[in-house]
Design a protein around this ligand. Structure first.
Ligand code: F6R
Length: 611
């Protein structure tokens, strides 16, 4: 949430910062701004709306400078507006600050600044408090880092901030507390950013900044200090993503590109964990058979789409490894005093690895003694760093706000974890394991073939795009996929969609069925196929328009459906890897038909680093 870029070096700061902000727009896009230091004076340009509005505002002004900070915002305090856009400055414009996160005691600090220092506030943001605090401390401090340090001593909350000062012009000072921050190491130019894609074009050598640390960045050095202001030595992290991974490469939207990247993501995630004989490699993971035997319970905790991957995880882990699994949304988990102890395995799932709710739940579980295994896409992210063991998903950078390839790679990890546990505990046979691995390895190829036939779904979307509400139903694993399909549709097309276990319909929700109500019915589970057909008949009898998703070969469903989308045949447990794809595509094409901003839906941001 909110993207930050800072630059100090040889080139024009404005160009580097605008370029970096464009790569971070997925983090927030309701306003954008930039502050640069020119002749020891800070100049600010900011505008409500996307980066293009900021570029129009800057126009031909070169804003030539070697030091600057920029920000793309996802509003928390104060509506999206020019005045609430970052950077924020202090009274005499000698300090500018960008911030990602929330200053929890900002109201108290604001009152103090007004009453004791006569500060006049311009915006409704919590961030402006930081600019005034740093400005005040700057009067008595020798350096910007001293002033920022003093300011942070008064602040509570979660934040990543970067400050520049007119009187200390070739320097950026940044602090990280529970919000992501990295520093990029160049030659004669150095960088600060919220996330790697912002810097891919410029540097591949990154310092991952830890919680509580301060970074002082000049053209020739990056110095990291711990909470006690002791300098720390940090290994350089070499980024393996290439620039293309963060570009659209001819696709109209990142979401479409990422849907098409799923075969590659799944096979990469499998290949990283399987040796040439199909045996699972647990490189870097220290879970032993004894550990697995010792766990009495597993919690899978995550948010949104990652939570939906957890639902599938629960089903397969319980089925293969015979350990009870609870799945919870992270924002609820830590406030319900969960029953966690040393015999608990806590699995966190997160694409970004920076979702604050997930991170907070993980910390709560750790505090209570749980062993933490995380399933994360972003290497070196907070969730990864704070876990005992990490299972990486190898989806590559996911830029579209709506998660697609992260989800299918998370599912892939869930299968690997469940199989590994099952085999280690002796609750599945070697034969079952070998066959399942073979079946999993066939999925990328099947998906590749399936993705050649997207025209069918585009055509359906053109007919069905103007529905006001849509229901998703399914049984067993299909009900988990219904939740994901429904979330995808609502977040990018703004259609009011609702998912429910098909057998539960008759206990209330069926009251909403009317002639023409669109229902996406998932019927990919052979074991539940006939029961699902009965449920479809019940809604058909009330006039619903039924678009079904079934496996090739299961044609009987055509009698009860208005249309059927067929996915390649596969075993029931694996079907989610295939059945979610037509739902992603349906959401995509419906949103396109409705003229929605697909990669950056309203009110959303990719990485949710506030509670
Ligand atoms: C939906 C979506 C969100 C995320 C959720 C968790 O398409 O992307 O629901 O899945 O915010 O994010 P991560 O996985 O980064 O923890």
């Amino acid at each position: 949430m909110c993207g930050i870029v800072g630059y100090v070096g040889k080139d024009n700061a404005k160009d580097v910062i605008i370029d970096g902000l464009k790569k971070l727009e997925y983090r927030g896009y309701d306003s954008a701004g930039i502050a640069v230091v020119i002749d020891k004076k800070i100049q600010i340009k900011k505008h409500v709306g996307g980066i293009e509005n900021l570029e129009n505002l800057i126009g031909d002004d070169p804003l030539y400078s070697h030091t600057g900070i920029g920000h793309t915002r996802w509003a928390t305090h104060g509506a999206p507006s020019d005045v609430n856009a970052h950077p924020h400055i202090n009274g005499d414009s000698s300090v500018a600050v960008v911030h990602n996160g929330i200053i929890e005691n900002y109201a108290e600090l604001k009152e103090e600044l007004i009453n004791e220092h006569g500060v006049v506030f311009r915006s409704e943001t919590d961030t402006e408090v930081i600019a005034h605090l740093v400005g005040l401390f700057m009067k008595d401090c020798d350096s910007l880092e001293d002033a920022v340090y003093m300011a942070t001593q008064k602040m509570r909350g979660a934040y990543a901030i970067v400050a520049v000062a007119a009187k200390d012009p070739d320097k950026l000072v940044a602090v990280r507390k529970d919000a992501p921050l990295i520093a990029g190491l160049g030659k004669g130019s150095n960088f600060i950013a919220s996330d790697i894609p912002a810097l891919l074009k410029y540097v591949k050598e990154i310092y991952l900044i830890e919680n509580g640390e301060m970074v002082v960045v000049t053209p020739d050095s990056i110095k990291i200090f711990d909470e006690n202001r002791q300098e720390v030595k940090r290994e350089v992290f070499h980024v393996t993503w290439d620039v293309d991974a963060a570009e659209k490469e001819g696709y109209e939207h990142f979401m479409l590109k990422e849907i098409f990247e799923q075969p590659k993501g799944i096979s990469e995630t499998l290949n990283r964990r399987l040796d040439e004989n199909g045996r699972i490699k647990l490189d870097g993971i220290s879970l032993t058979k004894d550990d697995l035997d010792n766990f009495s319970k597993i919690y899978i905790v995550a948010c949104g789409t990652a939570y939906h991957a957890g639902l599938v995880g629960k089903a397969v882990i319980e089925k293969f490894a015979k350990i009870p699994v609870e799945v919870d949304v992270a924002s609820e988990f830590r406030y319900r005093d969960p029953l966690v102890d040393e015999k608990t395995l806590f699995i966190a799932i997160s694409q970004s690895g920076e979702t604050l709710d997930t991170l907070a739940a993980l910390r709560e579980a750790k505090r209570k003694g749980a062993r933490v295994l995380s399933v994360v896409n972003v290497v070196g992210s907070s969730v990864a760093r704070e876990s005992d063991d990490v299972f990486y998903t190898w989806a590559g950078p996911e830029i579209a706000v709506a998660s697609t390839k992260a989800y299918t790679t998370q599912l892939t990890c869930m299968y690997i974890i469940a199989l590994y546990m099952g085999l280690a505990r002796g609750t599945i046979t070697q034969e079952f394991y070998d066959q399942f691995i073979k079946d999993l390895q066939e999925i990328p190829g099947k998906l590749e073939e399936y993705l050649k036939k997207t025209g069918e779904i585009e055509a359906l979307a053109k007919i069905l795009y103007n529905k006001e509400q849509v229901f998703f139903i399914g049984r067993g694993l299909d009900s988990s996929i219904s939740y994901e399909g429904s979330l995808k549709l609502k977040e990018i097309s703004y259609i009011n969609s609702f998912a429910i276990a098909a057998g539960e319909l008759k206990h209330g929700t069926i009251a909403l069925m009317e002639p023409g109500t669109l229902v996406l019915a998932l019927a990919t589970q052979d074991a539940l196929y006939e029961k699902m057909i009965s449920n479809i008949q019940e809604i058909k009898a009330r006039g619903a328009h039924v678009l079904s998703v079934a496996k090739e070969g299961n044609q009987a469903i055509e009698m009860q459906s208005n249309e059927v989308i067929y996915i390649p045949y596969c075993r029931d447990e694996i079907a989610p890897l295939l059945s979610v794809v037509p739902l992603q595509l349906f959401s995509y094409y419906v949103a396109k038909e409705r003229g929605c901003n697909i990669d950056k839906p309203k009110n959303l941001a990719k990485s949710v680093t506030v509670e």
